[in-house]
Design a protein around this ligand. Structure first.
Ligand code: EPU
Length: 419
């Protein structure tokens, strides 16, 4: 277990380079299993969620070589072994092995995935989609056994534009017989990144990034080189942080279009933002205006930036409302922010109010999930005095070198192993 210790109330300045996207990389690695030859993926972030996927690849017998940010995966000789509860539970994205192994072997046995406790997180849409493709799903005590004689392309309409279901069904359909059409598909940048990766291997996927994705099944997927797209949630987290305590912070290696909804909110708050081709420069300003936020599927305001944003809203002049529409349990950071002096209330499990500006004071707080942890890092850097964030392991799941990156721009922050 780790903790993060911050001495706050200090401006940061300089350049922060964004890493490859967590939510893209965690789908690309299970997708690599579908390749009939070796694939190379570059710009893979060094985060513990990737280590957990590496463990699953090793368990299945894939040949994996990791050097710096590049990973080479040869799954041509993998075995279709049960993915045990212990390894499935380490992260949410283990569920992408359902789609890829089902596609490769027509059978997969794995336990229910893990991930942050931000809601019930059912996988019914994934399973319904596998069934529509011709698979049989059996479940007992959280063990899923999914089998198919063959997978046959079909039309699948998702009740909700789920990121995970869209990717999992692309994986399952990529080698199916005939054509699959997913309607009401999710449009997040990582959906496009996964579809591009599969197309680089010879898949025939069109429409990724729109609500209708067409997948024409192919028999063979060949070797390719692919790069993970920059992480727009990491980008957004540092943009929010810079809006609170930045003095000319330049966030590099970004795709500004991916954070359009955040740019427009920060603009509404009065944050000065300069947008370059692949960089964003932000300097904090006093007298920020309060704003209302409603989380939505992409390109709406991302739920994964809602908790970091809550920390910034404690510094705005007046009442801000947050409406969380994706997850039922994503306000656990609010209690911790209150300990630090925030005037905030949870009204329902989808609505919270923050009335700023609040003077935040460093305290001992707990990260309850990844983005709650990011929220507390921002609050800790704003606050006077020392903040100790316990359960910092959550943060290391998704932010590459966060302590090093913040130290480089002048933050007083360190990571310590708990006794
Ligand atoms: N849903 C269902 N049934 C399903 C699937 C989803 O009801 O079969 C519901 C969920 O309960 C939720 C909503 O649909 O209310 C959205 O779920 P989605 O499937 O889109 O989310 P996910 O694939 O489980 C990914 C990210 C999350 C991110 C969401 C939304 C990964 C590994 N996780 O989760 O990332 O919040 O999309 O954008 O890609 C994070 O990075 O901190 C994180 C939690």
């Amino acid at each position: 277990m780790y903790k993060i210790i911050i001495e706050g109330n200090k401006k940061i300045s300089g350049n922060i380079k964004i890493s490859g996207s967590k939510n893209s990389a965690v789908a690309l690695i299970p997708a690599a299993v579908l390749c009939d030859e070796e694939v190379t993926i570059a710009n893979v972030p060094k985060i513990s969620d990737i280590d957990a996927l590496d463990e699953i690849l090793n368990h299945l017998g894939a040949k994996v070589e990791r050097e710096d940010d590049t990973i080479k995966i040869d799954s041509s000789k993998i075995e279709n072994k049960l993915i045990t509860q212990k390894i499935a539970k380490k992260l949410r994205a283990s569920y992408y092995f359902m789609g890829s192994l089902l596609s490769k072997f027509k059978k997969v046995e794995m336990y229910f995935p893990g991930g942050c406790s931000i809601g019930a997180r059912p996988i019914n849409l994934h399973l319904k989609g596998f069934e529509a493709l011709g698979a049989k799903v059996e479940e007992k005590d959280n063990l899923f056994i999914i089998t198919a004689d063959k997978l046959i392309g079909t039309k699948i309409n998702l009740d909700f534009a789920s990121v995970g279901a869209t990717i999992n069904l692309m994986l399952a359909a990529v080698k199916a017989e005939g054509t699959t059409i997913i309607t009401n598909a999710a449009k997040e940048p990582h959906i496009v990144n996964v579809a591009t990766f599969l197309n680089n291997m010879g898949a025939k996927i069109s429409g990724a990034g729109t609500s209708e994705i067409k997948i024409e099944g192919v028999k063979y997927l060949h070797s390719c080189f692919h790069e993970v797209v920059p992480d727009y949630i990491e980008t957004g987290t540092y943009m929010i942080l810079a809006s609170a305590i930045g003095k000319e912070v330049v966030i590099e290696n970004v795709i500004p279009d991916h954070v359009e909804s955040l740019i427009s909110k920060l603009d509404e708050m009065g944050v000065p933002i300069q947008i370059g081709v692949d960089s964003i420069k932000i300097s904090a300003k006093n007298n920020l205006k309060p704003v209302n936020i409603k989380t939505q599927v992409y390109p709406g305001f991302p739920t994964d930036l809602q908790q970091p944003m809550a920390a910034l809203l404690t510094q705005a002049n007046g009442k801000s409302m947050i409406n969380e529409t994706i997850w039922e349990n994503r306000f656990l950071n609010i209690a911790e922010l209150k300990k630090m002096g925030a005037t905030a209330e949870i009204l329902t499990n989808s609505k919270a109010v923050i009335v700023g500006p609040n003077k935040l004071i460093g305290k001992k707080v707990k990260a309850t999930d990844l983005r709650a942890g990011a929220s507390l890092i921002i609050a800790g850097l704003i606050a006077e005095g020392t903040t100790v964030i316990e359960n910092a392991d959550y943060i290391l799941r998704g932010y590459e070198d966060i302590v090093e990156k913040l130290t480089k721009v002048g933050a007083n922050i360190k990571l310590e192993k708990c006794e």
